[in-house]
Design a protein around this ligand. Structure first.
Ligand code: PXL
Length: 279
């Protein structure tokens, strides 16, 4: 069996454990090669720090993709996350055309918002443009806020009723023909999980909710979901691995490391991720 390869297209937040500093170690730890196309370099992520530096790498994205094509480099999956600007959405769509072959799966995490709010620095019409990237995806992994912003539904706080989640999923189906893993779903106190939609059916995976919010947990979830899918797991099993690992990291962080904006301590639990992948 040849080694699988992912192209991860996200920013590098130099401090704060999100995007590529999460995707690279986690996907690599599962035995999958992780090639990268950085979209921007920031001194920290944008959630909770002020005065961060921001270097836009828009001009590098297409030349990297074209060079890979010239070299005959192909990937089993493209996994996109935080993009540096609205302009990058179209550029990333074009870059994917250079990188993919017929078997490449395109996983789009439309990273742009959480807890009812767009992340700082994104214009109001960013979610509408992000739909273009979701349209070409085989799998999208929005959280409730991102899904609300893209579908025009109002954002609600958990716990949800089934009708809200079903409506959200059917509206997301108008945006993409891909599978949907909607994160941050909860129908009762004390649980959190994801709704997984494929072939007209929605199934759910839940874990115990740890009462703490940390930065970068969406990246932990989508990175481990990507790994699990490439390791041959079906959508629901992959989401189960991702949900359980993310919950474990949050629990471990809450017990030991209090700073929300410093991200989760996933490093000490990587050995567990490898076990979850083997199950
Ligand atoms: O975790 C998502 C993320 C990634 N990259 C940057 C961010 C955020 C969320 O705020 O600011 C730069």
């Amino acid at each position: 069996m040849t080694q699988k390869r992912v192209a991860a297209i996200h920013d590098i937040s130099c401090f704060g454990k999100c995007s590529l500093t999460v995707a690279l170690p986690l996907i690599s730890a599962t035995g999958i090669e992780t090639a990268v196309i950085p979209t921007a370099v920031l001194s920290t992520h944008t959630g909770g720090f002020s005065g961060y530096t921001f270097r836009d790498l828009t001009d590098d994205i297409l030349p990297i993709a074209k060079h890979w094509k010239k070299e005959g480099i192909t990937v089993d999956a493209v996994y996109t996350g935080y993009l540096g600007s609205k302009e990058q959405i179209g550029i990333v769509c074009e870059a994917i055309e250079y990188i993919k072959n017929n078997d490449t799966i395109i996983i789009v995490d439309p990273v742009m918002a959480d807890n009812g709010k767009l992340y700082g620095g994104f214009p109001e019409d960013f979610p509408s443009d992000m739909k273009k990237l979701c349209k070409i995806a085989d799998i999208i992994t929005p959280n409730i806020t991102e899904a609300a912003l893209m579908t025009g539904l109002c954002y609600k706080q958990p716990p949800y009723d089934k009708e809200y989640i079903n409506t959200m999923i059917s509206k997301l189906c108008e945006i993409t023909n891909g599978k949907i893993v909607l994160t941050g779903v909860s129908f009762k106190e004390g649980e959190i999980g994801a709704a997984c939609y494929e072939n007209g059916e929605t199934e759910y995976v839940f874990t115990k909710r740890v009462d703490a919010l940390y930065h970068g947990t969406g990246d932990v979830f989508s990175s481990t979901l990507t790994s699990a899918l490439l390791k041959g797991k079906d959508l629901l099993s992959a989401a189960t691995v991702a949900a359980n690992f993310t919950a474990l990291c949050i629990k471990n962080t809450k017990e030991n490391y209090p700073y929300m904006k410093y991200g989760v301590n996933f490093e000490e639990k990587i050995h567990k991720l490898i076990k979850y992948m083997e199950k």
